[in-house]
Design a protein around this ligand. Structure first.
Ligand SMILES: [Zn+2]
Length: 254
């Protein structure tokens, strides 16, 4: 049994995770991942094998704050939160059940990655960021429909395997990470990579980075401190944007 001080510490860690998750939703929402009120992120409750915090239904990613989150257990019950849950809960729950190393799951429909998912092509690295996904990402093509059953969620989690991300045919992407920072940076860079590929294909036939160099380059670029620095850069960009919007709003109110 935890004493009062320990309970307080658990509470403050949970609050921090929720703050970070809301921030992560807004970071991605402002970076090409907003799709009206669709798309969702979750984080495993600290140290838990039973529950997660997740974006609630009804808002754009870019509008999410802590009160818009819901807490859900891995038996599909909502424990806390004023909003309804998204129907695609199984994506998150089934991945957490299968991957103990995953603490954050992103599911979004960014335009370039979703368009690319429809081609079922293998993603090859053509830019710095692309080397992160050089071990070819799996495609989930069992259905193109929403993932609303535990069976489909489980099949998706199995297809994801040990990978960082998976392309959902004619639907979108799922990206995972051992932390919120890592999953968000990966999701941001996956969309950027596919957007860059799209532009390169307009110029001509892109040349790819070979596997050995891609692996070496990936180890050099994507260390933990560098991922953290990228996350912090994304957060600073968001804060600047939100400050500008607030200033504009208060000007318009005058
Ligand atoms: Zn979806």
């Amino acid at each position: 049994m935890l004493d009062e001080k320990e309970m307080e510490a658990v509470g403050s860690v949970e609050d921090k995770f929720k703050e970070m998750l809301a921030l992560a939703c807004r970071v991605l929402g402002n970076s090409g991942h907003d799709d009206l009120n669709l798309g969702h992120l979750s984080v495993r409750a600290p140290g838990s094998f039973k529950s997660m915090f997740m974006k609630g239904r009804g808002l754009c990613l870019s509008e999410v704050h802590v009160p818009d989150l819901v807490t859900i257990d891995f038996n599909y019950n909502k424990i806390e939160g004023k909003r309804d849950s998204h129907g695609e809960l199984p994506i998150h729950i089934e991945i957490y059940k299968l991957r103990n190393d995953v603490n954050c799951v992103v599911h979004t429909h960014p335009i370039y990655a979703t368009a690319f998912s429809a081609t079922c092509q293998t993603l090859r690295p053509i830019n710095n960021e692309g080397v992160m996904f050089a071990s070819p990402l799996p495609h989930f093509d069992m259905v193109t429909d929403l993932i609303v059953t535990s069976e489909l969620g489980h099949a998706l989690a199995q297809k994801l395997g040990d990978e960082k991300a998976i392309l959902l045919k004619n639907h979108g992407i799922v990206v995972v990470g051992d932390s919120i920072e890592q999953a968000v940076v990966r999701a941001y860079l996956l969309e950027k990579t596919i957007k860059t590929l799209f532009i390169a294909k307009i110029f001509g036939k892109p040349q790819y980075t070979e596997d050995t160099e891609a692996a070496q380059k990936s180890t050099r670029i994507f260390t933990k401190p560098k991922i953290k620095a990228m996350w912090e850069a994304l957060v600073r960009q968001l804060i600047r944007k939100e400050k500008q919007e607030k200033a504009l709003e208060s000007l318009l109110e005058k």
